[in-house]
Ligand binder design. Sequence first.
Ligand code: ZN
Length: 358
Amino acid sequence: MKLIKEKKIYTGDGVIENGYIRFDEKIEEVGDMTGFEPKEDDLEVNCAGTMVVPGFIDIHSHGGYGKDNMDATPDEIDEMVKQMTKQEGITTYFCTTMTQTYENIEKAMQNIHDAAQKNPVIKGIHVEGPFISTVFKGAQDPSYIKKPDENTLEKWNEISGGLIRIVTYAPEEADPSFETWCRENGVVLSAGHSNALYGGIECKRSNTCDSSLQCTARTESQRAGGDRIWYAGRRVHAELICDGKHIVPDMVKLACKVRGYDGIELITDSMRAKGMPEGKSELGGQVVIVKDGMAKLEDGTIAGSILTYIQAFKNVMEFTGATVEDAVKMTSGNQAKEFGLDSKGGLLQQEKMQTWLY
Ligand SMILES: [Zn+2]
């Protein structure tokens, strides 16, 4: 079995100053060198000049490398996610869908289900739309936006084999029954593309959520100074696209200060143009132009990102002064805890989790 030893290991929940890891495809053992005992089949890996951090968890990404979760075949999704693992260090990925026709979303659910059978990195689906607000539609096609409907979500979840882990929705549009269904079925409710005011969201949560309140709402902070960041300061997890463009570096720093590193989860929100030459692309059936590191609809609306996860990891330290330990919370530790991907709280303390060397 492969062995890394005498390394500083960031677990997502702390640091082992002088530790070791045994692994093959997955991690089998992590510990402090004081408890290390050599084994006959140890194959030491030379990783001088690297640090060991948990594989990144991207819970919000539409695509990359020319592919999009909405229209890619299972083989194409598998290949795309392999590229994300190889080039960016993503070892857990939630395929994110878009506002489109129910027929297209159902097809995507089936394709993602099939892709997940081949690729263990695919551990969930993030349904972003169509249950959102037409007022803050972003780059989602408004003609397919619908009122939140738990029966439809249940059907999609069945098609996907129970992979739906999170739904971005407009709370002001939802009946309590929608939120109840999500809570009872392990689907995290994420307030986003919403026209609800601060008080509206809070009131909704108070009425419908139980003691796991702080884990069941989320906000997508795409606008500098937006009320979403302040709301995040209270109790929700905030998704943050750390490319320095969706949110300028100083606002990333402010978000971290207000919410704390324990409440922020870095996402890429990447679309198919990631890893591809700049020029014309597509998102949710709409034309996208990629120029100067930004993906935009023809009317100038930001349309996802072309951010790689490894770049987000570097950026968040550069923008905020976060330590590696803090950054690792935002790239894996917080997500692992929220989505139950690691019952022990630290990614590298869990058997069978994957790692990546940086
Ligand atoms: Zn998105």
